[in-house]
Design a protein. Structure first.
Length: 95
């Protein structure tokens, strides 16, 4: 995915976080182990960004663009959007 986003001006992936569409620009594999639960925002760290579980492991989203906003790094998104309630990932509706 990193290679694709470096040669294409538009993102190759998007998802829904907290009921809003988010375009993904820079992602990394944070953990390549099977997970029991997928599509959950489980945290944030400076190295890998927003950590989201998938069926095949955990991905880190470093750069993203929330619906109707400019592209931003994960730290800025986390600072302005983190709440202590459930955040649905990959679904248009909220938890």
């Amino acid at each position: 995915m990193q290679f694709y986003t470096r040669i294409e001006p538009s993102p190759g992936a998007y998802t829904w976080i907290g009921g809003k569409m988010v375009k993904l620009y820079d992602c990394v594999v944070a953990q390549a182990e099977k997970m029991n639960e997928s599509s959950q925002l489980i945290g944030f760290n400076k190295k890998e960004g927003l950590l989201i579980t998938t069926a095949d492991g955990v991905i880190g989203i470093k750069v993203l663009q929330p619906e109707g906003k400019k592209k931003m790094d994960a730290a800025a998104y986390w600072a302005g959007n983190y709440t202590d309630h459930c955040i649905a990932v990959g679904k248009k509706e909220e938890c």
